[in-house]
Design a protein around this ligand. Structure first.
Ligand SMILES: C[S@@+](CC[C@H](N)C(=O)[O-])C[C@H]1O[C@@H](n2cnc3c(N)ncnc32)[C@H](O)[C@@H]1O
Length: 252
């Protein structure tokens, strides 16, 4: 993963008249219909990896669906599916979205919780730019920066939150051990932040890689939450080692 803007979806078109449940159902059935209809020829100057990426994008039913429905990212369907199964979002909740650009998850959250420009219910952070969205306070900032947690807390206006969700992925170097450490450090930082700002009974969702979460972090979360488990939504590519760590029932 690099510091490039998210390629999938990419646009800022407003989603129109969608039912979240309907979207989840349709996305699942389309995913099972996965086939390689479009092949991309290697062009002069284009790397093989770029050709393969383009081919995968053009044939990905979630990318096609995100474009058709005007969603900001295909990642939106991961949250829709996680929410369908694990009941994470409810009207009236407050949420922090770590690594929120281009805004697919923010959009799903505001659709479910209600977007209120006078009392924004979602605070998002990303080091990339994000197009403004009603009901969302956006900070363009690296979450690793020392002052990032305090800036998020300020943006929340003193309110504790019901859900901290993180779709962040640390940029990879190609060196496996370094990449693993960086990924885990980011998840640990997100978990510590969640423990700091969650309301009792709140929840934490974070993207993790390579077959799950380290025992130490899991043990830490188990001390603070009633249940912890991993989930892989259908929208998460099967050939990717990503899954989502979910911790529910914050105990304090
Ligand atoms: C997979 S994308 C998130 C997609 C988003 N959930 C959506 O639905 O549109 C991951 C995001 O995490 C951001 N990110 C990664 N590390 C970060 C960090 N340390 N601080 C802030 N943002 C970070 C990236 O810039 C990227 O936009």
């Amino acid at each position: 993963m690099s510091k490039k803007p998210n390629k999938p979806g990419g646009g800022g078109k407003k989603a129109r008249g969608k039912s979240i449940a309907k979207a989840a159902g349709k996305a699942k059935s389309k995913a099972s219909d996965r086939n390689l209809k479009t092949r991309v020829k290697t062009a002069k100057g284009r790397k093989i990896s770029s050709t393969l990426w383009l081919q995968r994008q053009l044939n990905d039913p979630y990318v096609q669906r995100a474009q058709k429905e005007g969603r900001r990212s295909r990642a939106a369907y991961k949250l829709i599916e996680l929410n369908e199964k694990h009941n994470l979002l409810r009207p009236g909740m407050r949420v922090v979205d770590l690594g929120c650009a281009p805004g697919g998850w923010c959009e799903v959250a505001t659709e479910i919780m209600g977007a209120d420009a006078d009392d924004p219910k979602v605070v998002g952070i990303d080091y990339l730019e994000m197009e403004a969205m009603p009901g969302v306070i956006f900070l363009q900032k690296d979450f690793n920066d020392d002052d990032a947690p305090d800036m998020l807390i300020d943006a929340l206006g003193g309110h504790k939150v019901d859900l901290v969700m993180s779709d962040m992925a640390a940029p990879t170097t190609g060196h496996k051990a370094t990449d693993h450490l960086r990924i885990m450090a980011l998840v640990e930082l997100a978990a510590d932040f969640a423990i700091q700002i969650l309301k009792p009974d709140g929840a934490f969702v974070a993207k993790v890689f390579q077959g799950g979460t380290e025992n130490e972090l899991l043990a830490h979360l188990k001390r603070h939450f009633k249940s912890t488990f991993h989930a892989k939504p259908a929208a998460s590519r099967k050939d990717s080692s990503e899954s989502y760590l979910i911790a529910k029932g914050f105990k304090g």
